[in-house]
Design a protein around this ligand. Structure first.
Ligand code: FPP
Length: 261
C-alpha cells in the first residue's frame, strides 16, 4: 500500500525512550499483520473495574492499531475479536461484546471512509445477533469500494471450524462433478477459507503474554513470525506496534530452507 511519509512521521513524532520510527526499515514491512487482542479482562480487574470497561478500553487500542497500520502502509490488518469458544462466557459479557462490536463499527465507519479502509469479516457472522449482523453487513457494503488497507475482523471465528468448512465446500464441489479430488491443492484449499484472496500474515502479535494460538488462523500462520508481549491489549500503543515490527525485522525467515544471505 502507498504510505504517506509525512503523515507517518507526524504520527510517530515525540518518541519515548528506547524506540523510534528510525528503528524499523520501511522497505521491509510485513504486508499482513494480525493481532490476538488479549488481556482486556485482566486490565479491568487490575483497576477494580468491571470487565466491560476493559473491552471498552480495548476499542481505543484497536482504533490506534487501525490508524497506525494505515500510516505504516500495511496492506492487511486482521484481529481476533470473538472466537467460536467465546460464546461460553457469561450471557451478560457476550451481549455486551455484541453490542460493543455494533456500536464501535457504526462509530468507526467515518474513520474507515477517511482512511480508505475496506472491511472484511473472518468467521460465520450469520450466527450473530440481528443488530450486530446488520451493522456488519452495512460496514461491508459501505466500504467495499475502498482500495486502501483491508481490515479483517475475526468474529465468531474458529480455525478448526474454518478448515472443516473448507473441506465440506470442496467435497460438495467434488460431489457435484465441478472438481476432481485429484485437483485439490493448497491454493484451492486456501480459496475456501475465510481469508480467501488475502496474503498470509507475516507477523502475529499476541498481547498479555499468553503463548497460545487459541484456534486462530492455524492454516494461515504456518510460516508467520510470532511476537508475544506482556502488555495488556488496552495498554497496547503505536510504540508497541513498532517494537513488534522491529522484532519481526530482526528475525531470520527461512520458510523451512536455509539462509542464503
Ligand atoms: C480479550 O480480552 C479480548 C476479547 C474478548 C476480544 C474483544 C476485543 C475488544 C473488545 C477490542 C475491540 C474490538 C472490537 C471489534 C470493537 P479478554 O476478555 O480475553 O481478557 P482476559 O484474558 O484478561 O480475561
Amino acid at each position: 500500500m502507498i504510505r504517506d511519509e509525512a503523515k507517518l512521521r507526524a504520527h510517530y513524532a515525540d518518541p519515548p525512550e528506547g524506540i523510534c520510527l528510525e528503528d524499523i526499515d520501511l522497505d521491509r514491512m510485513p504486508r499482513h499483520v494480525s493481532f490476538i487482542m488479549d488481556g482486556n479482562g485482566r486490565w479491568a480487574q487490575a483497576r477494580g473495574l468491571p470487565r466491560s470497561r476493559g473491552h471498552a478500553a480495548g476499542v481505543n487500542s484497536l482504533r490506534e492499531v487501525v490508524t497506525t497500520s494505515v500510516r505504516l502502509g500495511i496492506d492487511v490488518l486482521s484481529a481476533y475479536a470473538f472466537s467460536t469458544e467465546n460464546w461460553r462466557r457469561s450471557q451478560e459479557e457476550v451481549e455486551l461484546l455484541m453490542h460493543l462490536f455494533a456500536t464501535t463499527l457504526v462509530n468507526e465507519l467515518p474513520l474507515f471512509h477517511q482512511e480508505n479502509v475496506r472491511l472484511r469479516f473472518l468467521g460465520d457472522i450469520s450466527q450473530l445477533p440481528q443488530k450486530t449482523r446488520e451493522v456488519f453487513e452495512q460496514g461491508l457494503s459501505e466500504t467495499e469500494d475502498h482500495d486502501g488497507m483491508t481490515f479483517a475482523l475475526a468474529v465468531n471465528y474458529g480455525s478448526r471450524a474454518e478448515l472443516v468448512r473448507a473441506a465440506r465446500l470442496l467435497a460438495n464441489d467434488v460431489a457435484a462433478g465441478k472438481l476432481d479430488a485429484e485437483q485439490i491443492d493448497e491454493d484451492l484449499f486456501a480459496d475456501r477459507l475465510y481469508t480467501c484472496g488475502l496474503p498470509d500474515p507475516e507477523l502475529l502479535v499476541r498481547t498479555s503474554g499468553e503463548l497460545r494460538l487459541s484456534n486462530y488462523l492455524l492454516w494461515q500462520l504456518a510460516y508467520t513470525e510470532i511476537f508475544v508481549t506482556d502488555v495488556l491489549w488496552p495498554d497496547f500503543t503505536k510504540w508497541d506496534y513498532l517494537r513488534a515490527i522491529r522484532a519481526y525485522q530482526g528475525r531470520d525467515r527461512r520458510f523451512g530452507g536455509v539462509n542464503t544471505a
